[in-house]
Design a protein around this ligand. Structure first.
Ligand SMILES: [Zn+2]
Length: 318
């Protein structure tokens, strides 16, 4: 069963919704109808921490309580447990917001970041396709992360695969929705994108056609953000292992070699794509991708400390 459950990250393009909000200077919160936060609420300490760390600095509503009206009714979804919500909120700040704050600028995510982050406890399965959705970015203002009840802070690779890669993937969609990446990117694996059959590809097959993951081989716009997200979260050794895999012929799930007619080897394609992403992030956004990668790698070594510090901040709230 596990082989049939592949990962889908989707970015819904709703350009108009973003352009409206971007015009406005947000001096006042757009979430004026939220109920007032008072100490008699059971989750007061955490909610206050969210207010101090997301709402006030980033005008961002961090939604973990999953009101029914606010979830996708096409799926059976469950809310995220409180302890997992706390860990996620702390780690999203530590591995995403604080990284941009340090590497790019304090204002970067205040201007370009999402206005809503939503946590869902369960995955959203697509049984007919054998896939599951791990994240969505809508209209440049909302990022949803699924499967949050499975969070385990002891397994960095698992967290990267299911949450942090998803987070950077979705945020790269938000940036991509505003400034079009170079069209040249789409040429490298042209003819081999497969929007409906990508989930049947192995990592080896995808790498051999110059894609950093099977999902990256679904379509160029997904490929583009996957390069950025995978490069940020993978260690140097893991990235090198991916390039090594991509330098060899692709092997499918049945163990057969799958040939392709691309003029370049998979590893050279991935390097060329990374260079395009690196240049676009630097020139269009002033983001140093290598500095981001380095900072995230350092932070990933201190995840437990970050969680403990965040939890003591929450506990210290009166
Ligand atoms: Zn996507």
């Amino acid at each position: 069963m596990k082989n049939f459950i592949k990962v889908v990250l989707s970015g819904l393009l709703l350009f108009s919704a973003y352009s409206c909000s971007k015009q406005e200077e947000f001096t006042e919160s757009i979430f004026v109808d939220e109920p007032e936060l008072t100490p008699d609420i059971k989750t007061y300490k955490f909610d206050k921490w969210l207010e101090d760390n997301y709402l006030i600095p980033y005008n961002l509503d961090f939604r973990y309580k999953l009101p029914e009206i606010d979830s996708d009714i096409d799926y059976n979804l469950v809310p995220t447990r409180l302890d997992k919500s706390m860990d996620m909120a702390i780690l999203i700040k530590y591995l995403w917001f604080d990284v941009y704050g340090k590497i790019v600028s304090e204002d970067f995510l205040k201007t370009n970041g999402p206005r809503i982050i939503k946590l869902i406890g369960s995955p959203a399965y697509n049984p007919s396709l054998g896939t599951m959705i791990l994240g969505t970015a809508e209209g440049g203002i909302e990022v949803t992360l699924y499967r949050c009840n499975e969070l385990s802070s002891t397994n960095v690779d698992m967290m990267n695969e299911y949450y942090f890669k998803t987070m950077h993937h979705e945020f790269a969609h938000i940036l991509q929705q505003q400034k079009t990446p170079p069209k040249e990117f789409d040429n490298y694996s042209a003819g081999y994108y497969d929007p409906t059959g990508w989930q049947n590809r192995t990592a080896s097959e995808a790498a051999s056609i110059g894609c950093v993951s099977p999902y990256a081989s679904s379509q160029p716009r997904e490929d583009f953000v996957e390069v950025i997200a995978v490069y940020i979260v993978k260690s140097d050794a893991q990235w090198q292992a991916l390039l090594d895999l991509a330098s060899k012929p692709g092997v499918n799930a049945s163990g057969q070699t799958v040939a392709n007619n691309l003029p370049m080897r998979g590893d050279d394609i991935i390097k060329a794509k990374l260079e395009i992403c690196r240049k676009w992030l630097a020139e269009a956004w002033g983001v140093d991708l290598d500095a981001m990668h380095k900072e995230v790698q350092e932070r990933q070594k201190q995840i437990d400390d970050a969680i403990n510090q965040g939890l003591s901040e929450i506990n210290a709230i009166n």
